[in-house]
Design a protein around this ligand. Structure first.
Ligand code: SF4
Length: 273
C-alpha cells in the first residue's frame, strides 16, 4: 500500500488507483466510503488559518493552464483509501493541530469531485475538534447542501479570473457556477477566503481584477484575499506526463505587480496579502 504521506503535493503520483474497476470508482464516489487521495501533507501555512494538514484529493474537471498538480486531474491516479484509514491518518495530527491552533484543509484536484468522502472527513475532523477548510474551484458547489455547508468552517474559493472568455480559455470551464457558489456562501454567511493566482499575461489585467474585487467586496463574507504569485514548481509534472506545458516562458509576477493587484482588492475594502 503506497504511503499516504508526502513531503509536498509536488510529488508526481500516477496510476495508484488504476486497478480499481470503474464500477467500484462510481460506488466510491456515490458513498464516500472510499476516496482517491494524492497524499496528506503537514505543515502548510498557506492553506487556511494556522498550520494545516492538507488532504490532496484526485479528480478535477478544470484544466487550468498553470495547474501545479496535473497528476491530480485523473481520479484514479490517487490512492484508493477507505474512509477509516483517512480518518486514522488525520488522527495522527490531532494533538499537534490543537496545540498549534491549526486545522485540516481538503484540497486537490477538486475536492468536490468526491464531495461525500470530503464531507465524511470533515465530520470526523469536527468530532476531533479540528477546524475545517475546503479549497475549491467552486464549480461543483451545488453538490453541497446548506447543511453540508455548516460542516465547513472556511471555504477557500479559487476564482481564476473575472472575464468570462478569459476564464474559459484559462481553465476550460465557465465562471458562472463559481460565482453562483460565491453568492450562495455569502447569502448563508459562510466564511470565505478568496484565492487568486496571479499569472503575468493571463490574470494580470488590472481592470479585470477591479471587477473581481468589486464583486468580492460586495459579498460581505470574504475575510481575506490571498494573491498567489504564479510559479513553476509543477512544471516537471507536465513534462513527466508528456503534457504540453504552455507557460514555460512565463515568469513569476514582479513584487510591483503583486502590490498593484493587492491594492485593487484593498480598494474594494478587502484584506489582501
Ligand atoms: S482547479 Fe486546481 S487542480 Fe484543477 S486544474 Fe485548476 S489548478 Fe489544477
Amino acid at each position: 500500500m503506497p504511503d499516504l504521506s508526502a513531503k509536498s503535493p509536488f510529488e508526481l503520483r500516477v496510476n495508484l488507483g488504476s486497478h480499481v474497476p470503474e464500477t467500484d470508482v462510481r460506488a466510491a464516489i456515490a458513498s464516500g466510503d472510499v476516496g482517491f487521495v494524492h497524499s496528506f501533507t503537514s505543515g502548510s501555512t498557506v492553506d487556511g488559518p494556522g498550520v494545516r494538514v492538507v488532504a490532496w484529493l484526485t479528480g478535477c474537471q478544470f484544466r487550468c493552464l498553470y495547474c501545479h498538480n496535473p497528476d491530480t486531474w485523473t481520479m484514479t491516479n490517487g490512492i484508493p483509501v477507505p474512509i477509516a484509514r483517512a480518518v486514522d491518518q488525520l488522527k495522527k495530527y490531532r494533538h499537534g493541530l490543537k496545540v498549534m491552533r491549526g486545522g485540516f484543509t481538503i484540497s486537490g484536484g477538486e475536492p468536490l469531485m468526491q464531495h461525500r468522502f470530503a464531507l465524511k472527513l470533515f465530520s470526523a475532523a469536527h468530532e476531533m475538534g479540528i477546524h475545517t477548510a475546503l479549497d475549491t474551484n467552486g464549480a461543483l458547489g451545488e453538490r453541497l447542501t446548506d447543511t453540508d455547508l455548516e460542516t465547513i468552517d472556511l471555504v477557500l474559493l479559487d476564482i481564476k479570473c473575472w472575464d468570462e472568455q478569459r476564464h474559459r480559455d484559462l481553465v476550460n470551464a465557465d465562471i458562472g457556477p463559481v460565482l453562483a457558489f460565491a453568492r450562495r456562501l455569502a447569502a448563508r454567511k459562510r466564511p470565505m477566503w478568496l484565492r487568486y493566482v496571479l499569472v503575468p499575461g493571463l490574470t494580470d489585467d488590472l481592470a479585470d481584477v477591479e471587477h473581481l474585487a468589486a464583486f468580492a467586496g460586495e459579498l460581505g463574507n470574504v475575510e481575506r484575499v490571498d494573491v498567489l504569485p504564479f510559479h513553476k514548481m509543477g512544471e516537471h509534472k507536465w513534462k513527466q506526463l508528456a503534457m504540453g506545458y504552455r507557460l514555460h516562458d512565463v515568469e513569476p509576477p514582479s513584487q510591483e505587480l503583486v502590490g498593484q493587484v493587492c491594492a485593487r482588492f484593498r480598494a474594494a475594502g478587502l484584506s489582501a496579502y
